[in-house]
Design a protein around this ligand. Structure first.
Ligand SMILES: [Zn+2]
Ligand SMILES: [Zn+2]
Length: 438
């Protein structure tokens, strides 16, 4: 099938001609340089092999102990699941739910969904319901945080190493390989293995072609800007026409079935509400203890900052820096950037939209790494269960902190970066040309 004639940048909303893609090439937005399309040679086959390997490694990594500690003749082993179970037993069910979802449920379901789409694709067929399953897999992708969990394991090992003997478990190696396999699979999947193989109704294609033919007069651009609607999942541009009404809530994307909307609905209101909620949770998250450790009858409560100071005192300053940046600075900077973006949109600012879009992209990408402290608490609580000798329990600060991370993730997703450009677009009259990069 011929590639779609038009493409709309999901970061700045510019409608542009969609150039044919050379093997291994990529198309970037002509205005804000966001990656729009990418060609990965044999992407579907590569993704299938990697996802299959990923699923096997995922089962091994969850079926056998990741780490164990030995202290005065007692040995305690942990898997990710024992961590979740321990948090639940300590009455920290919201925390155990977050760890269960981000550590097991989201990555596991995503792997199964992807496999169910990629196996038929490997046989050159598109299975029934593939589009829906692929869409759900894409929605789950940001919630699988196994790479962050690996960093949490590393921090925990450093914290435990001077007091106990830490022994790597049988599945630790599988877990490390799994992280690399998932990263490689993500690259293979970024090359659109499915959408270009799905049929697009002829009327949609005709509308887009006619749109391109009429592209020069600025009148078309104004019209298209007002009505063209790009699917946020499969990137298909739908133009107004008898069978392709792109008004929100009118009809789902004719190719992948996702709900169509020109801009994220109630983006500003939702983002404000979430930013305020996260800001309210930020103080207790930093002031209340995120864990309490008892050692030979002596109890010590740790906040996020005192954990950083502990690492510094042990001479582990690179790790202290990682935790400080991920847990304290990232959530705070993220909230500050979102407030700045919201205010700039409200004030109809036209200043440096490219830089503001870049700020948004960074905010969206780094937010998940703040989960590292939650995983450290999970690993420590699961391992340090030595009765009267030593125990670690999650504290109320951890629940607030998890809330900050999850709410800011939702806030970043609620914000629509195209609103930044909507003010600048008034001076721009034409369809852009996407840039091809080899
Ligand atoms: Zn753009
Ligand atoms: Zn779609």
């Amino acid at each position: 099938m011929a590639p779609d004639a038009l493409i709309q940048c999901h970061a700045c909303g510019l409608l542009q001609r969609n150039p044919p893609l050379p093997a291994g090439g990529a198309v970037r937005c002509g205005r804000c340089a966001t990656m729009l399309r990418r060609h990965i040679p044999e992407g579907a086959e590569r993704a299938l092999a990697l996802i299959l390997a990923g699923l096997i490694l995922f089962v091994i990594a969850n079926g056998f102990p990741l780490l164990s500690i030995r202290l005065q003749g007692q040995t305690v082993e942990m898997t990710l699941f024992t961590g979740i179970e321990t948090l639940y037993r300590q009455g920290m069910w919201p925390l155990s739910l977050v760890v269960f979802f981000t550590g097991i449920l989201a990555p596991g379901i995503r792997l199964v969904l992807l496999l169910s789409v990629l196996i038929p694709l490997g046989m050159n067929r598109v299975g029934r319901g593939s589009a829906t399953r692929f869409r759900y897999a894409a929605a789950l992708a940001p919630w699988g945080m196994l790479d962050v969990f690996l960093l949490g394991l590393l921090v925990s090992v450093v914290k435990l190493a001077d007091q106990t003997v830490v022994i790597p478990g049988t599945s630790l190696f599988a877990f490390v390989v799994l992280i690399f396999v998932l990263a490689a699979a993500q690259v293979a999947l970024s090359g659109d293995p499915l959408w270009s193989r799905l049929p697009v109704p002829a009327v949609v294609r005709r509308c887009a072609r006619e749109g391109v033919a009429k592209a020069h007069p600025w009148a078309f651009a104004t019209w298209a800007r007002g009505f063209a609607c790009s699917c946020h999942v499969c990137k298909l541009v739908t133009m107004p026409g008898p069978a392709t009404d792109p008004r929100p809530g009118r009809r789902p994307c004719p190719r992948c079935g996702a709900g169509l909307h020109r801009r994220k609905p109630e983006s500003l209101q939702r983002t404000w509400a979430l930013v305020i909620a996260a800001g309210l949770c930020y103080l207790p998250a930093n002031l209340l203890p995120i864990m309490t450790s008892t050692r030979l009858g002596e109890t010590q409560a740790d906040t996020i900052l005192s954990g950083v100071i502990f690492l510094l005192r042990e001479g582990m300053w690179p790790l202290a820096l990682v935790v400080l940046v991920a847990s304290v600075l990232v959530p705070l900077t993220k909230l500050a950037i979102l407030v700045y973006l919201l205010v700039s949109v409200h004030r109809r600012s036209t200043r440096r939209p490219g830089d503001r879009t870049r700020l948004y992209r960074i905010t969206e990408a780094v937010g998940r790494w703040s989960m590292v402290d939650i995983y450290v608490v999970t690993v420590l609580a699961a391992l340090v269960r030595l009765g009267n000798l030593a125990t670690v329990e999650a504290g109320p600060g951890a629940v607030f902190f998890a809330a900050v991370v999850v709410i800011t993730l939702f806030a970043a997703r609620a914000f629509d970066p195209r609103l930044i450009w909507d003010r600048c677009e008034q001076t721009h009259d034409g369809i852009g040309a996407a840039e091809r990069t080899a």
